[in-house]
Design a protein. Structure first.
Lengths: 60, 226
């Protein structure tokens, strides 16, 4: 079985999309997940230590 | 003034070198505040753009029958799609970072504006890509989009049901504009420098790595490897 078949078995890709509907806002779950991941990436980029930064400070 | 000095090529070269000397165009070091993950999303966006262009060139070489039917064609088609996904993902995080840094400070308004226009151009490039797939998905998207486009009055010049026109926008006009705008954006970043955080001393001169090693702890205007 190919890798694509395995992934396809885990995530049904041949069905209608799922949507979140809240008042006038309607967005697909897939797009909502992407936006959530972007927000998460943004926050992690602000707080995660950058490699080598401490070493550079110690070298000063 | 001699004839050589009056030549437009001489004058243009002197102005270009004065605005962007080689060490500023390709710097060896960057200010210490650039050592943060939030600063990597601009170059991530450009790296993704390089993959988008390269995979798009492969798709243009082989054509729709290839990308619809062969396994390698499917792979390159997916490579094109997913590099676009990464391109937009990284560009949006880059945009948020620069927005909250108020990256238009210090005479960088044109850098900000070129970034915004590049973003809008890229949205157009992505949209024309969706309607150029030559499958049921592109038919669905174009028929859904036509009423919206026609309502703006642009339909007479930008017909989403015209596959040939959309393909030309997607593979010629919009990529040219996006790459050109990106080049101008990067050159402006080189001219004005990376925007400093609010608590940094704006416009402080960069120093070499050697100087950074010798400096005391209170001086935070140091550099990191570019």
């Amino acid at each position: 079985m190919s890798f694509g078949n395995v992934v396809g078995a885990l995530v049904p890709l041949n069905t209608l999309g799922r949507y979140v509907h809240w008042h006038f806002i309607q967005i697909s779950v897939a797009n909502l997940i992407v936006i959530a991941l972007m927000v998460l990436t943004f926050v992690v980029a602000l707080v995660a230590p950058f490699p080598g930064r401490r070493r550079r400070r110690e070298n000063r | 003034m001699s004839d050589v000095e009056r030549q437009w090529t001489t004058r243009l070269r002197r102005r270009a070198v004065a605005a962007l000397p080689p060490d500023k165009l390709l710097p060896d070091t960057q200010p210490s505040y650039v050592a943060s993950w939030i600063y990597v999303f601009g170059v991530t966006t450009m790296s993704a753009l390089a993959v988008v262009i390269a995979s798009g060139c492969l798709l243009a070489l082989r054509g729709p029958q290839w990308w619809h039917t062969s396994s390698v064609g499917h792979f390159v088609n997916s490579l094109h799609l997913w590099s676009v996904e990464i391109f937009f993902f990284a560009m949006v995080v880059h945009l948020w970072g620069k927005y909250f840094m108020a990256a238009w400070r210090g005479g960088r308004s044109l850098t900000w504006v070129t970034g915004v226009v590049t973003f809008l151009t890229s949205v157009g490039a992505a949209f024309t890509g969706y309607v150029s797939q030559t499958n049921f998905d592109s038919q669905w998207i174009s028929t859904q989009a036509k009423d919206g486009i026609n309502a703006t009055g642009a339909g007479a010049y930008f017909n989403v049901l015209n596959t040939g026109q959309m393909l030309m926008w997607h593979i010629v006009l919009l990529p040219l504009a996006a790459v050109l705008l990106t080049a101008i954006h990067v050159l402006l970043v080189r001219v004005k420098g990376v925007v400093p955080p609010f608590d940094e001393r704006a416009g402080a001169p960069a120093v070499t790595n050697h100087d950074a090693n010798d400096a005391n702890d209170t001086n935070d205007e140091k550099v990191v490897d570019a």
